[in-house]
Design a protein around this ligand. Structure first.
Ligand code: HEC
Ligand code: HEC
Ligand code: HEC
Ligand code: HEC
Ligand code: HEC
Length: 225
């Protein structure tokens, strides 16, 4: 399934399939195909194997996203943390908390924790984390205020239209990359960052887009490779 339609022309094929589904008396399937992904994914909040809280670990303890999602700026995929990352602290902290039993079990058995993936881009579209994070797009622009979430949910539709909305107006989102906040965090990882007094996002964004020659793909082949 890796390359359902690698070339833009094959998109026509996909559309024809949807039309055929409707004509073939599978109207509900066709309607489902066209309308489901864009709207129903927002708010998706599966039950995770451990009641891990971002608001506690990020919002209160102040951990950087990269402490756990260590690949996000060096790889296309972000990653879920290994059990070892949790055990750095939880070998000492909250040793008897029953909520951490699955973490301790994973540590003794060596079997990874089966985190449920929330955000999903279909195989036929290409997405890369590092290409965004290293170009001034903050986690908050695509995932919302994860630092305030006690249980993570999908905050944005991540539909094609949503990707394009930013690709057409990147100046509304791009941030400086360097550590500029009082806490020493980069505006990419400090989800509460706002432009310094006297500047505004579009103004700052326009400068960054010009300086870095930012030009996100808007053509079909840019994302459907
Ligand atoms: C102490 C480790 C830790 C830190 C720090 C951390 N996370 Fe996570 N993150 C996790 C774990 C564990 C999961 C899987 C369980 C869950 O969804 O809560 C996860 C899941 C996520 C997901 C859902 C991914 C998906 O599609 O399934 C997003 C988005 C996310 N984190 C963003 C962030 C951001 C943004 C930051 C920094 C502001 C951050 N995380 C900091 C451990 C961490
Ligand atoms: C940098 C240290 C650190 C790391 C790394 C860390 N935690 Fe924690 N965690 C804490 C501290 C400190 C607390 C306790 C806060 C308190 O006293 O309420 C805690 C509490 C918890 C709790 C209990 C919350 C409750 O309501 O009782 C769970 C569950 C938990 N962590 C899961 C995880 C998981 C899963 C990971 C790995 C993905 C992880 N933690 C990584 C420091 C850490
Ligand atoms: C430009 C939008 C965008 C930005 C910026 C972004 N993400 Fe994501 N994230 C996504 C999309 C889209 C997916 C689903 C990717 C897939 O299914 O291939 C995702 C998936 C994830 C996952 C699940 C694992 C994976 O790679 O599928 C984690 C964890 C995650 N993001 C964390 C982060 C963190 C932490 C940051 C900030 C450092 C961040 N993301 C920045 C859009 C973004
Ligand atoms: C909030 C803004 C934003 C969102 C949302 C966003 N992008 Fe991007 N995208 C960018 C920026 C900025 C770049 C960097 C352009 C450059 O370097 O010139 C980029 C670059 C890219 C590239 C080219 C990078 C490469 O590795 O070749 C692809 C492909 C891409 N985005 C796909 C997507 C997809 C798919 C989605 C939706 C799931 C998405 N983007 C959502 C801002 C965004
Ligand atoms: C910025 C990246 C991007 C560009 C540019 C882009 N697409 Fe997409 N496209 C996506 C993503 C991401 C999805 C998956 C959306 C989802 O899961 O809801 C998608 C889905 C689709 C689908 C499946 C049906 C649907 O609407 O969900 C078709 C057909 C499609 N694209 C055709 C095109 C064509 C034709 C072009 C050029 C005019 C194009 N795409 C340009 C990112 C892009």
């Amino acid at each position: 399934m890796a390359n359902l339609f690698p070339k833009a022309t094959n998109v026509v094929l996909l559309k024809a399939m949807a039309v055929l589904a409707v004509l073939g008396g599978l109207a509900p399937l066709g309607v489902w195909y066209y309308f489901t992904p864009k709207y129903s994914r927002v708010g998706y909040q599966p039950v995770q194997p451990v009641a891990f809280q971002h608001d506690l670990h990020v919002g209160q303890l102040g951990l950087d996203c990269r402490h756990c999602h260590s690949y996000v700026e060096i790889s296309g995929q972000s990653n879920f943390p290994a059990t070892q990352t949790c055990m750095e602290c939880h070998q000492q902290v909250q040793q008897n908390n029953p909520k951490l039993q699955p973490v301790r079990d994973s540590w003794t058995t060596g079997k990874p924790i089966a985190w449920v993936k929330i955000h999903n881009v279909p195989d036929y579209a290409y997405f890369n984390h590092s290409a965004h994070v290293n170009r001034g797009v903050s986690c908050v622009s695509c995932h919302g205020k994860v630092n305030e979430m006690s249980v993570v949910f999908q905050d944005k539709s991540q539909s094609m239209g949503w990707c394009l909305q930013c690709h057409r107006n990147p100046e509304e989102f791009v941030r400086p990359i360097a550590a500029t906040t009082p806490g020493g965090k980069s505006p990419i990882y400090d989800l509460d960052w706002t432009p310094p007094p006297g500047t505004s996002q579009p103004e700052l964004g326009q400068k960054l887009v010009k300086d870095w020659k930012i030009n996100p793909p808007k053509d079909c082949a840019g994302c459907h490779r």
